[in-house]
Design a protein around this ligand. Sequence first.
Ligand SMILES: *[C@@H]1O[C@H](CO)[C@@H](O)[C@H](O)[C@H]1NC(C)=O
Ligand SMILES: *[C@@H]1O[C@H](CO)[C@@H](O)[C@H](O)[C@H]1NC(C)=O
Ligand SMILES: *[C@@H]1O[C@H](CO)[C@@H](O)[C@H](O)[C@H]1NC(C)=O
Ligand SMILES: *[C@@H]1O[C@H](CO)[C@@H](O)[C@H](O)[C@H]1NC(C)=O
Length: 358
Amino acid sequence: MSRFILCFCVALLQLVSEATLSDPIYEGDTWVEKDSPLRIVCKIPMHEPYTLQWTINNEPIDLSLTGEIGYIIEDDFLESESALLSILNVQKTQPLHAGSYRCNEFSSHGHLVLVLSGEVVETGFKYGQSELILNCSLPDDKVSWYHNGTLLVEADNLKMMRENSVHMLKIVKPKVAHIGSYTCEGSGKAVTDFRVAMEPIVAALPTSFNIVEGENFRLPCVVYGYPTPNIEWRREGEEGQWESLIADGHFMFEPNNEGIANGTLLIEEVKLDDRDNYMCFASNDLGNHNGTTLIRVIDKYAALWPFLGICIEVIVLCAVIFVCEKRRNKKQFDESDNEQNNTKHTGNAKDSEVRNRK
Ligand SMILES: *[C@@H]1O[C@H](CO)[C@@H](O)[C@H](O)[C@H]1NC(C)=O
Ligand SMILES: *[C@@H]1O[C@H](CO)[C@@H](O)[C@H](O)[C@H]1NC(C)=O
Ligand SMILES: *[C@@H]1O[C@H](CO)[C@@H](O)[C@H](O)[C@H]1NC(C)=O
Ligand SMILES: *[C@@H]1O[C@H](CO)[C@@H](O)[C@H](O)[C@H]1NC(C)=O
């Protein structure tokens, strides 16, 4: 019985510890040159030591590789941070080491390794371009294409062709998802690498904003592109030329939701003369793109003026009515005074009449 309770407790503890396991934290380079060392540090914050298992693209890593291209794993327990540490090393990285690494099966994400071998073909595309063709000259009859270490299969927007000794990968209507590293691999592990970049594109900003004077205003700029574009904010000057904004406490910059530096413009306590056209200007090695918007500033008292106007109108009207009423009352009072005198007279007249009749 006591053994059963013990088992039950252990199972419960395991359940709890599994549920409270945090995702591992990875450190290491994504782009690794061929023949240079690969090092990925995986840190699992936890309280109970735990079995580690390194996988690449969801398959166990190949532990049969030996020598300079073999995997060497060092495990350690960091008492100070109560974290489990595992370091994966390869002395001379090869294309076969490219892929997404995870250090235990509970990780929801992995660490991507892309191997750059020898010469890298740098190319790029512009959003909306009809196609992008990568040319790989290998003597092989057949080659395998990889994107970020994942084997590619033909699809409607992905065609693999061969013309003489040139193998071609045609990407139809390339999009953001197509940036990254491409590898063309032949039978003899001969490879050609491509780094596919994308010219920046700024998602259209709303045409205009109406901001009440004195409020804080935050304007994020959504930008796509690779390598990650630089974002600069500009303001339209007097003569229609664009001037760069500098962070001065009134204008400030923050990363946008995608974490791109300076991706959000912040205006602290908007002033009336902040009214202007503003531009989000994104650029990388390939080119640039921009988005603009008009910021209108509404006077803090703008809503108050009509209200005050109505108040004044009401007060004036009341005063006029009051004065008129007073004058009328006075007139009426005078008139009723006369009337009273008249009745008195008639009364007297009646009296005298009566008297006369008597
Ligand atoms: C590959 O070759 C085609 C013509 O055959 C050319 O249009 C294309 O630009 C080339 N691609 C690169 C990345 O140079
Ligand atoms: C491929 O890698 C690049 C560079 O790290 C990354 O920006 C891109 O999102 C990746 N794409 C995919 C589909 O994994
Ligand atoms: C952000 O903007 C400031 C200008 O105020 C500039 O000095 C800085 O280099 C920018 N950072 C990046 C990463 O573009
Ligand atoms: C902003 O984009 C427009 C339209 O794409 C272009 O005509 C203009 O030259 C660009 N401005 C700058 C400063 O690059």
